[in-house]
Design a protein around this ligand. Structure first.
Ligand SMILES: [Zn+2]
Length: 71
């Protein structure tokens, strides 16, 4: 396990949250790994909700019980 500070981990969580919010609001966000535009699958898409790269090298799964989703 790599040694990381609590701040680094929190920062990464915050970045993921921000990225997810942007993609969900319709912004075109390139994959951090390959640069393809990320795809958002919603609750009723028949797939696990989340943000996915078309090249399958990046994903953020969304759990709707997550407190981030309470408005
Ligand atoms: Zn990618």
């Amino acid at each position: 396990m790599t040694k990381r500070s609590r701040e680094e981990i929190l920062e990464e969580i915050e970045e993921m949250h921000l990225l997810r919010k942007k993609v969900m609001s319709g912004e075109k966000i390139p994959c951090p790994k390959c640069g393809e535009y990320l795809i958002f699958y919603g609750k009723n898409s028949g797939k696990h909700p989340g943000i996915f790269c078309p090249n399958n090298d990046f994903e953020i799964l969304i759990e709707y019980s997550n407190h981030f989703f309470k408005k």
